[in-house]
Design a protein around this ligand. Structure first.
Ligand code: AHR
Length: 495
């Protein structure tokens, strides 16, 4: 049995809903043929696929990053505004192919408004200039009587869009990136950009381009940019055919958060900053099968366990992780996949859905006491070189909890549990100094059973079941099926 003790009186931090963010890139069929498909009977008159929009709405994304990714480092935003038929086609260098520019800034911002999500635009620091970046900010946000603000008005949008979040380049350290820099070169250039963008738009919140959180690049960029940005970004992709490697590798994010936090605190201390920048995990996911082409990864239930664990980790560290963007949302390494006449969800959809539905205002302290694993993690079993064996032992059950902040007397609590064990496991959840009020609502996701109906033939599905469990004082006991993801939601009061 695993004992999970939750201490509602010990908050980790207020949960920023931007932790439930997404990312969409001009890549394969993510935009074109994914969320946007002109002429499709499933699209509205703007070309937005209504089935995809409906599914994305269910996830209540706090923020949506765009337009890349690697794509952005060769993207000239001004090609994507104005009458569609006059927009130029351009060579696309990151993934190969051509960019039609039929989906551009106004289309993306209309899409965010339709979804009710915050936009987050990543700037082109590859082939793009500072002048172009300033023009982009002016086009989106200026209320003035200036050239690009007027261009926006003449394209049909009177009011400024008020885009708050701007990324200073994407993965500028990598040789796969058009126009990559050394860390010192990046700091020099990004400093010029950050100062100028803030002059134009003091409300802008800027994101410096980080690597993986424990690299020399991160240290140099954090030291150089901490006084000028609000977030430092990290990216992480994990995954392996080896089950234990696949489901445990997300714990590397925990170590990356610890390292990045130390670098941020050190920079804030040395530079006497009142508040250090926070972490934006602006790309994260399981991704290891389809590394080239359109990246149309087909996900399994083990991948869903990894995704549920990532989100638990972001909740447990929500004082530092203030944004996280699942990469990506449609067709390319995505929970949602489309054909010409249908949209389906992959297993990784379910932990995201349940997390976003259940999460409350404050993440709180959780301790897990129960069986652990220290599995053999075969070297070379993963294409991602994370050494996680040294993080063992790992609890078989990974847990996170949030509580409501609206009232002192009648609270709610939500607990997310990932059972990585191949056996069913009994979890006894105990509230410190609080009692449950009434039964707990239990929702559990398990792998699809053979013969379960699929929306698209090559897309695996999953089972979502709902029930309830009696509580006794501050305790509820739940049997977790093998390899499952469970959410417990209940009312509680102070003891
Ligand atoms: O999400 C796919 C790609 O992964 C992104 O374009 C890039 O930023 C990262 O390398």
């Amino acid at each position: 049995m695993t004992r999970i003790a939750i201490d509602p009186a010990r908050p980790v931090g207020r949960l920023d809903r931007k932790v439930f963010g997404g990312f969409v890139e001009h890549l394969g069929r993510c935009i074109y043929g994914g969320l946007y498909e002109e002429g499709s009977p499933l699209a509205d008159d703007r070309g937005f696929r209504k089935d995809v929009l409906g599914l994305l709405r269910e996830l209540r994304l706090g923020v949506l990053r765009w337009p890349g990714g690697n794509f952005v480092s060769n993207y000239h935003w001004a090609d994507g505004i104005g009458p569609r038929d006059s927009r130029p086609r351009r060579p696309e260098l990151a993934w190969g192919g051509e960019e039609s520019n039929r989906f551009g800034t106004d289309d993306y911002l209309a899409y965010c408004a339709e979804l009710g999500t915050e936009p987050y635009i990543c700037l082109n620091m590859g082939t793009g200039t500072l002048e172009e970046a300033l023009a982009w900010v002016e086009y989106c946000n200026s209320a003035g009587d200036t050239y690009w603000a007027s261009r926006r008005r003449s394209n049909g949008r009177a009011e400024p869009y008020r885009v708050i979040y701007w990324g200073l380049g994407n993965e500028m350290y990598g040789d796969w990136q058009v126009g990559a820099f050394t860390a010192e070169e990046y700091v020099r250039e990004a400093t010029r950009w950050a100062r100028a963008i803030r002059m134009l738009d003091p409300q802008a919140k800027l994101v410096s381009c980080g690597m993986n959180g424990w690299n020399e690049w991160d240290r140099v960029v954090i030291d150089g940019m901490a006084s000028l940005v609000d977030y430092h970004s990290l990216h992480i992709y994990t995954g392996s055919e080896d089950y234990w490697t696949n489901v445990l590798q997300p714990h590397q994010a925990e170590r990356a958060i610890r390292c990045t936090r130390a670098l941020l605190e050190r920079a804030a201390y040395r530079q006497k900053l009142a508040t250090p920048p926070r972490i934006a995990y602006d790309e994260w996911n399981v991704w290891y099968r389809r590394m080239t082409g359109a990246l149309e990864e087909r996900y399994t239930f083990a991948d869903a366990l990894a995704v549920g664990t990532y989100l638990n980790i972001f909740l447990r560290n929500c004082d530092w992780v203030r944004m996280a963007n699942l990469a990506q949302m449609v067709n390319a390494i995505a929970p949602i996949v489309t054909s010409g006449d249908a949209a389906a969800v992959q297993p990784i959809w379910y932990p995201v859905l349940l997390h976003t539905q259940a999460a409350l205002d404050l993440a709180v302290d959780v301790s897990v006491d129960g069986p652990t694993v220290s599995p053999e993690l075969p070297a070379g079993a993963s294409r991602w070189p994370f050494r996680i064996a040294d993080l063992a032992p790992f609890s078989l059950i990974d847990a996170a909890a949030t509580v409501s902040a609206n009232s002192v007397s009648a609270h709610k609590v939500a607990i997310t549990l990932v059972n990585r064990s191949p056996e069913d496991e009994l979890a006894e959840v105990l509230l410190r100094d609080h009692t449950f009020e009434g039964p707990a609502r239990i929702r559990t996701v398990t792998p699809a059973r053979p013969g379960d109906a699929r929306t698209l033939p090559d897309v695996e599905t999953a089972q979502l079941e709902e029930g309830s469990e009696n509580t006794k004082d501050g305790v509820v006991a739940v049997r977790l099926p093998p390899r499952s993801f469970t959410v417990i939601e209940a009312a509680m009061t102070n003891r």
